[in-house]
Ligand binder design. Structure first.
Ligand code: AMP
Length: 333
């Protein structure tokens, strides 16, 4: 029987408390299925994407283990390693651990590229319970002997399909080779294509499979439109749609996906000139610029965000009422 309330899950009191504070009453399907298996120490192959509540499904059992079995951590070591494909996702997972672990004593740190490495090296000096990292910078710091993976007990690979799309297969395999064989491993992917299952088999031991129907089977509450038009009419139509959004009572925010970084910059600039405050976010922008753009967008200060597919997944922003693919997307999801 899958539990239908959090109360029915054998979670520690500080976790039940935070769930009540967050007003999480009913576990999402992946939480209801995965949490009991993870609390038993099983490996997990999860087919689910962002928005399903999968972060809590792994963060809660890991925090529970840390709470129940506190441990002295060796310098530069981590008990938990979560790998995520992008800085944004790593940041979001880190934030979730902070939120869900509010009443638990634990240390965590984040490692990702595009920012100075010294603060990340210092943060690892005393060891941490939870390290959330992107693969490239993590390997950099391992090579510099600033991070040591020999004490990992919980290993989470998040958004593996995206990680492989981004060319991280070799990095991931190298990281896996540095982690102790006796560990609990969790592997999440939005799809289970053969190459992904093959990779999972090399990492997981007798895993439980939890599969949540992907959101990509067209969200029922989302209206979709395809507009056939000539190139020169694209911008006027976009502006017309944005005027409608600006007048909406809710869902005022708009994300516009552009195929190229250059195209994103150009479009954001011309929208600003047309009176629609817009910002661009893509891989050529520094981490600070990306965070600032996302923050301003979330607050509604720049209600239009033009993005390449770096932002296509896992950006959790409320009040988005319109998503426009200005170009045919590379990534249909
Ligand atoms: P995730 O898929 O982990 O990125 O979570 C998507 C969103 O759902 C986040 O904003 C979470 O705070 C929220 N969330 C996760 N689990 C629950 C739950 N059981 N009840 C209500 N909200 C939830």
């Amino acid at each position: 029987m899958t539990p239908t309330s959090f109360e029915a899950l054998p979670l520690a009191a500080p976790l039940h408390l935070v769930l009540r504070e967050l007003n999480y009453n009913i576990p999402s399907p992946i939480q209801a299925q995965a949490i009991p298996l993870l609390l038993e120490g099983r490996d997990l192959l999860g087919c689910a994407q962002t928005g399903t509540g999968k972060t809590a499904s792994f963060a809660l059992p890991i925090l529970q283990a840390i709470h129940e079995r506190p441990k002295q951590i060796r310098p530069k070591c981590c008990r938990t390693l979560v790998l995520a494909p992008t800085r944004e996702l790593a940041g979001q997972v880190g934030k979730s651990f902070t939120t869900y672990g509010k009443h638990i004593r634990f240390k965590q740190s984040l490692i990702y590229g595009g920012v100075g490495q010294n603060p990340q090296i210092s943060a690892m000096r005393g060891g941490v319970d939870v390290l959330v990292a992107t693969p490239g910078r993590l390997l950099d710091l391992i090579e510099q002997r600033a991070v040591d993976l020999s004490a990992v007990e919980f290993f989470v690979l998040d958004e593996v399909d995206r990680m492989l799309d981004m060319g991280f297969l070799r990095d991931v395999k190298r990281i896996v080779s540095l982690i102790p064989a006796s560990r609990q491993s969790l592997f999440f992917s939005a799809t289970l294509a053969p190459n992904i299952v093959e990779l999972a088999q090399t990492i997981l031991r007798n895993p439980a499979l939890v599969s949540i129907a992907p959101e990509t089977t067209t969200g029922e509450r989302i209206d979709q439109q395809v507009c056939f038009l000539d190139r020169e009419n694209k911008r006027p139509l976009l502006e017309q749609l944005l005027r409608g959004q600006a007048e909406a009572t809710s869902g005022k925010l708009t994300i516009v996906f552009s195929r190229t970084k250059h195209g994103a910059n150009k479009l954001a600039k011309s929208l600003c000139e047309a009176g629609f405050p817009a910002d661009a976010i893509h891989g050529n922008k520094s981490q600070a610029q990306r965070e600032k753009a996302l923050e301003r967008f979330k607050k509604g200060l720049t209600p239009v965000l033009v993005a390449t597919d770096v932002a296509a997944r896992g950006v959790d922003v409320k009040d988005v009422g319109l998503v426009v693919n200005f170009d045919l997307p590379n990534e249909p999801e």
